[in-house]
Structures are given as C-alpha cells and as structure tokens.
Write a protein that binds this ligand. Structure first.
Ligand SMILES: NC(=O)c1ccc[n+]([C@@H]2O[C@H](COP(=O)([O-])OP(=O)(O)OC[C@H]3O[C@@H](n4cnc5c(N)ncnc54)[C@H](O)[C@@H]3O)[C@@H](O)[C@H]2O)c1
Length: 323
C-alpha cells in the first residue's frame, strides 16, 4: 500500500499551479486529508475546486513566514510538499522578502516537519540553480552558478533540506523543476510566462515576440508530470536526494511559438527583437536519468499534447473570469 493511502498531507503553496495538482494527485492516491496552505498571493482558490469537492481537501490561508502557524498546521502530518515561493521577478525586486518567504519560510517548514516526525518532505527547487551551462544537458552534479536572488534562495533550500535530512534523520527530497507549464498557470497577473503571453498575443491578433533569432531553448515539463514526480518522491525510498524534474527535451523558442500558432490556427506570425540582457541562459535542458533511477519518474506528456491541454483550460478559465 502506498505511503499516501490514509495519510495526512500538507501542501504549502497548495493553491498555486503545481501545488494544486499535487493536492489532486494526493487525493487520487488515497490520502485521508490534504491541507493546502497558501497566502493566496499568486494561487487562487478556484485551482482547488475539484479537490475541495471530494471533501478530503481543505484550504488554509497561511503565510509560511508565520512560524507558529506553520508548526500548528504541520502537527500530525505524514507528508509535506513544500511549494510556496515567490516568482523570480519578485525576488529581484524585493530580495529581503524573498529571503523571508523562501529561506526563512522553508526553515519554518523543515523545523515543523522534523518536530512532527513526518515521513517525507518534498521541496520544490528549480533548474535556475545551475545558472549558465558548462555542459548540457544539466545533470544534478553540474555546478550551481545561478546568479539571481531566487536561484540563491532555492540553492539555500536544497542545502537546508540536506542539513535537516542528516540532523534529524528527516527524509527530504529536493526536486529541480525545469519549465513547468499546463492548466492553472497564472493567466491574470502582471507577470505571466511566455506561453501565456503568446496566447494573449494570438487573441489580440499581434505577432509573437521572440528575442534574438528564436534559437534560445528550454526544457518544458507538463504540470501533471511534475505532480506525479512529487508523488513518486514521497513514495520512493530516497531520503536525502536532489533530482531533476524535466522532460529531457530541448525545445527552441521559435519551435514553441510555431506549435502554439498551429494549435490556435493563427496566422499572426512572429517578430524578432534584439536579445535584452537576460537572466536566463541561452540554452537549457535537463538530464532525466537520475529521476528515472531514483524515483522511477519519466515525463509522459509531450509538448504538443500538454499545450493542447493548456489552451483548452485557458479558454474555459478566461471564459469563467469574463462571466
Ligand atoms: N513554474 C515553474 O516553471 C517552476 C520552475 C521551477 C521551480 N518552480 C517552483 O515550484 C514551486 C511551485 O511553483 P508554481 O509554478 O506552482 O508557482 P505558483 O506561484 O503558482 O505557486 C506558489 C504558491 O505559493 C504561494 N505563496 C507565495 N508566498 C507565500 C507565503 N509567504 N506563504 C504561503 N504561500 C505563499 C502563492 O500564493 C502561490 O499559490 C515554487 O516553489 C516555484 O519556485 C516552479
């Protein structure tokens, strides 16, 4: 029987994109109770509607900076998935807030998880910890050269997780997500990811803006697969591990744009602008080998299929907002 069946599960950032899919997956895996903790700075309660309807999930509005509240929420938990974080742009604007939410907040979660003697903590890390590639694909032993405040916070989280794994014999797995996409992506706020920006451009009848010659690349991994990797991390024997969550496929931005135009049946085309001084490396894709070996994880949803799901969901989500 899975460690999830009958478990009490806590998901921080549980109303967000990835967190809400983990909530769904934990409910589907037979968890007795799933508690989504979220300060609702980016996530929205609608993301949890299907899980809340089962009667086995609930949303608690809570800030991970609140040490006592985190300790109380984690008391009696069996498993913790820690997703709460700020967007990287917010971290650049407000480094101290980033430190407080993402480093001190993670410390609160680890401390409370150790006190509650939970069976596993799964931490959301990011491929941005790698920085510019010295080799590709990025494997987990690649140097961590990330140069943003967000990357520094994620690297700190991984090491705090490792320290707690050893100090308290607390099983901790950190997952380095690559570019996550799919239903429940943020489609409303000031900063949206490139796919959403391009879908908005298609709606407005304006060309998709690419930088340079569009040859920059990324590794897109579908959000349902990311939730699946979290569940595998919780059920695996891994106790002190750092693992990529990626598709292993390098996608050029101009190919992504072309696929979106095809799926939308749009002829708005693309426009190319000079590359602004950017924070992200020109090429990025991950090595999925360790995830397969340690977690038995392999990304299953290919980009075209995942984009189709995103387009469909976005249409309904925007329709609901307008209604
Ligand atoms: N989306 C990606 O491409 C990607 C890539 C790498 C890593 N990650 C990491 O994965 C995790 C999930 O990302 P996501 O895309 O679902 O982001 P998201 O913004 O949708 O979810 C994060 C959630 O955390 C909540 N939150 C923020 N500050 C909080 C606080 N102080 N207390 C409690 N909750 C708070 C937000 O309201 C939001 O619902 C994050 O840790 C993120 O850094 C995401």
């Amino acid at each position: 029987m899975s460690v999830l069946s009958g478990a009490r599960v806590v998901v921080t950032g549980g109303a967000g994109t990835v967190g809400s899919h983990i909530v769904d997956a934990a409910v589907a895996a037979g968890a007795r109770e799933v508690v989504a903790l979220d300060a609702l700075v980016r996530g929205v309660p609608e993301n949890l509607a299907p899980a809340l309807a089962t009667g086995r999930a609930r949303l608690v509005e809570l800030d991970v900076r609140d040490r006592e509240a985190v300790a109380a929420a984690l008391a009696g938990a069996d498993l913790v998935f820690h997703q709460a974080a700020l967007r990287w742009t917010r971290c650049q604007e407000a480094p101290r807030e980033c430190q407080e939410v993402m480093v001190d907040g993670t410390f609160n979660v680890l401390e409370a998880a150790a006190a509650a003697k939970v069976k596993k903590v799964v931490l959301a890390s990011s491929a941005v910890v790698y920085g510019d590639p010295v080799r590709l694909p990025f494997d987990e032993d690649h140097p961590t050269n990330g140069g943003t405040v967000y990357a520094a916070a994620k690297a700190a989280n991984e090491l705090l997780g490792r320290a707690y794994a050893r100090l308290h014999d607390l099983p901790v797995v950190s997952l380095r997500y690559f570019n996550v996409y799919g239903p429940r992506m943020d489609v409303r706020s000031r900063f949206v990811e490139v796919m959403v920006r391009w879908l908005n451009a298609i709606d407005e009848g304006t060309p998709l803006t690419l930088f340079g010659d569009g040859s920059a690349s990324a590794d897109f991994v579908y959000v349902g697969d990311v939730a699946g990797a979290n569940i595998l991390a919780a059920t695996s024997d891994a106790r002190d591990a750092i693992v990529n969550v990626c598709s292993g496929v390098e996608t050029r931005m101009r190919d992504l744009a072309q696929t979106l135009l095809e799926l939308a049946g749009s002829d708005v085309g693309m426009e190319f602008k000079p590359q602004p001084p950017g924070q992200l490396p020109q090429r990025r894709y991950g090595d999925p080998l360790r995830a397969a070996e340690v977690l038995g994880f392999r990304a299953e949803v290919d980009l075209r299929e995942g984009l189709r799901k995103l387009v469909e969901w976005r249409k309904n989500a925007l329709g609901a907002v307008r209604a």
